[in-house]
Write a protein that binds this ligand. Structure first.
Ligand SMILES: C[S@@+](CC[C@H](N)C(=O)[O-])C[C@H]1O[C@@H](n2cnc3c(N)ncnc32)[C@H](O)[C@@H]1O
Length: 227
């Protein structure tokens, strides 16, 4: 058999095996009992789908041995806040939670599709009740970053930023980047979402003169690992 035909057969066979493997490998997020129990607790309280939650969960486990606390900007009804609180429960880390708890602040129509007041079907009291058994959380209701004073001297190993709009993303980057431990991770939700164009705009702008490269994930999220 000539070498060209041999090479074609070899390539075709390895592609075929690769595709079969893809079909039959189990998604690991369905196999992890601890994660699945957390998903059971949060599904009704989060806008974030299971695969994106699994990414947050994995990055949380990755940074758990670093020093520094954890923060989330954009809590809404508290779903991903519970995911973080429970994942870090045994790690002696406080999870600092920032939200207006009364809906989106004012937005910029040239950069955002959200309108002021979107996602206002929540409240601080409701989220406190939902997270009643999470002893490692701290609430900062109001407009971030005006609520950030109490944490200005804290360093962070993980920050989940899920605020959907340009200015809130820009303010979160400005505040948390210098407070991120080396090896610490910022996870941005909706970096690739058509409904939140301001996210990518603000992240790309902020990191354009930094050594870190925002890594886009196929889930639509983006992560930055502090160098
Ligand atoms: C998409 S929701 C968060 C979803 C949540 N992580 C979950 O698990 O479903 C976005 C939230 O960001 C909040 N938000 C946006 N900008 C903010 C700011 N500058 N300060 C405080 N909260 C803000 C909104 O009030 C809203 O609750």
């Amino acid at each position: 058999m000539n070498t060209r035909i041999k090479a074609l057969l070899k390539n075709g066979l390895s592609k075929f095996i690769y595709q079969i493997h893809g079909l039959y490998s189990t998604p690991l997020w369905d196999d992890d009992d601890h994660f699945n129990e957390l998903m059971r607790q949060i599904t009704e309280y989060t806008l974030i789908d299971k695969v994106r939650c699994f990414m947050i969960y994995q990055y949380a486990r990755q940074v758990a041995t670093l020093s520094g606390d954890v923060a989330e900007v954009g809590v809404y009804r508290g779903g991903t806040a519970r995911l973080l609180a429970k994942t870090f429960e045994e790690k002696n880390k406080t999870v600092h939670l920032f939200d207006t708890f009364s809906g989106m602040p004012s937005t910029n129509p040239s950069k955002d599709l959200h309108k002021e007041g979107d996602l206002n079907d929540t409240s601080l009291e409701r989220v406190e009740t939902y997270l009643y058994d999470c002893k490692n959380v701290c609430f900062y209701p109001g407009l971030f970053p005006t609520t950030s004073k109490p944490i200005e001297n804290i360093l962070f190993c993980l920050v989940h930023i899920d605020v959907d709009i340009y200015k809130s993303i820009a303010d979160s980057c400005k505040f948390f980047y210098p407070r991120l431990e080396i090896g610490g991770i910022m996870v941005f939700d909706d970096y690739g979402s058509f409904s939140c164009p301001g996210v990518k705009l603000a992240v790309d702008e902020f990191f354009s003169d930094k050594p870190e490269n925002p890594c886009y994930l196929p889930t639509g999220q983006c992560i930055v690992i502090r160098l």
